[in-house]
Ligand binder design. Structure first.
Ligand SMILES: Cc1cc2nc3c(=O)[nH]c(=O)nc-3n(C[C@H](O)[C@H](O)[C@H](O)COP(=O)(O)O)c2cc1C
Ligand code: SF4
Length: 420
């Protein structure tokens, strides 16, 4: 497999502009700015089958094609580098190792969208990554790759780097837009979608860091070359961040369609379950997606369709692996605490549901639960899913609705232990 996103990681100076240029960086941006029109770029990205790597998997080229070009308003691009989903830590590695790949992706996407001002919204706690990205942007301005008349053309592009302030919900695209505008980071009701009315009520595209980083390679090598890796419906490569009970936690670029158990066990990837223990469960795509039991992991491939067929999602590629010693009740309690803490509070089912679920989980975990609590948890989850402005409520409902039935015996055992 030819690496797309991580190809320069570890090469000397890969985070500097001279290192990036030595590695072939900015060629695609120059080509896009000087030789390609907006339509050609969008059609190429569409043809590549690239899907958004932020979680929802929406086709990137199609998203760009929705932006109206005739409103007379400015068009904005916002890079989503908020990365706060538990288990997900791929974008921070991209920003640390190859920030110029991101800047190059921003230039090409902006050219495609006719955008002249792009924003890179970085998670507040990413101090080091912010410093690196700001330096990369400064270097790109100094080389004439950003600003007025870039690459000697008449195209102008400004890039602003902006930090979040520690709220997971600012990763939701309309929460991010509100936060950028200086408002409370609370998601907006959709429609209108950002493509029509986003930042300052202007047409806006929000893209994940990894999605944009795939674009320079696609422009350099073509859509057909990109589709040679991966599966027919999930082409290309994907970064997976793997944490938990494996021998080699870290960030890996894999061809989409790789068997999940190969990824967990192969010495080239996660290297197997640590301490010679057995796999108990796996959350494949970030903490908000349904959990798979060990038997369910067999025969599942890491691509959008295969994971959906197994009843879960590829999400952001934040894989959490749990060995046979894992207390699944405690694990769900921790997740409930996270989502209750991060709910922005606008929607009653989410504001009260996440806290209620956490309370019920806490008493079960403390050995003070009742058998009825298990059905109650499912009812709480049903009351949250699909009822709210954004999908944060679903992000807890899905774990509840998978953990409780799949590990019911463990939940019951904790409840019975107290009764005994
Ligand atoms: C609660 C919540 C948190 C999110 N956090 C992130 C995030 O940290 N990074 C990200 O790229 N997308 C995140 N998303 C998804 C974004 O709303 C959006 O779909 C994504 O940035 C679009 O980029 P893409 O099309 O390139 O994937 C989040 C969504 C929700 C509902
Ligand atoms: S679902 Fe939760 S996080 Fe999303 S807008 Fe409603 S209250 Fe806020």
């Amino acid at each position: 497999m030819e690496k797309v996103i991580t190809r320069n990681w570890g090469k000397p100076g890969s985070a500097t502009i001279d290192g990036a240029i030595a590695n072939g960086g900015y060629k695609a941006a120059e080509k896009a700015v000087k030789e390609l029109d907006s339509k050609t770029i969008i059609e190429t990205v569409k043809a590549s089958g690239l899907r958004g790597r932020g979680g929802a998997g929406f086709p990137t080229g199609l998203k760009w094609s929705f932006v109206p070009q005739d409103t007379g308003k400015p068009i904005y691009l916002c890079v989503n580098a908020d990365e706060s989903e538990p288990g997900t830590f791929k974008d921070r590695f991209i920003m640390e190792n190859d920030p110029h790949m991101l800047v190059e992706g921003v230039i090409i996407a902006s050219k495609a969208l006719n955008c002249h001002h792009a924003f890179i919204y970085i998670r507040g706690e990413f101090f080091q990554q912010t410093k690196i990205v700001k330096q990369a942007v400064k270097e790109a301005y100094a080389k004439g790759f950003l600003g007025k008349g870039i690459f000697g053309s008449d195209y102008e592009l400004k890039v602003t780097v902006h930090n979040g302030f520690g709220a997971y919900i600012c990763g939701e695209e309309t929460g991010l837009i509100n936060s950028l505008e200086g408002k409370k980071g609370q998601p907006r009701i959709k429609p209108p979608f950002p493509a029509v009315s986003g930042l300052y009520n202007c047409p806006t595209v929000v893209n994940n860091v990894e999605s944009l980083c795939a674009v320079p390679w696609i422009i350099n090598n073509g859509a057909d070359a990109y589709k040679k890796t991966g599966t027919e419906k999930s082409p290309g490569t994907k970064l997976f961040s793997v944490s938990g009970h494996v021998n080699r936690p870290g960030v890996y670029e894999i061809p989409l369609g790789l068997p999940l158990t190969t990824f967990i066990n192969d010495p080239a990837w996660a290297g197997g379950i640590w301490k010679g223990r057995k796999l108990k469960a796996c959350i494949p795509g970030g903490s908000s997606v349904p959990v798979l039991t060990a038997p369910q992991c067999e025969g599942v491939n890491l691509d959008y369709e295969s994971l959906a067929a197994a009843g879960t999602m590829l999400g952001s590629g934040g894989m959490i692996v749990m060995d046979e010693t894992t207390d699944m009740v405690h694990m769900l309690k921790i997740l409930a605490h996270f989502y209750a803490h991060e709910s922005c509070g606008q929607c009653t089912p989410c504001r009260t549901g996440t806290h209620w679920a956490y309370e019920v989980m806490s008493r079960i975990d403390a050995g003070e639960g009742r058998m009825e609590d298990l059905d109650l948890l499912i009812r709480i989850a049903d009351g949250m899913a699909g009822q709210t402005i954004c999908v944060l409520a679903d992000a807890l409902a899905m774990p509840i609705k998978s953990f409780v039935p799949k590990f019911r015996a463990e939940f019951e055992a904790k409840i019975k232990r107290k009764a005994a």
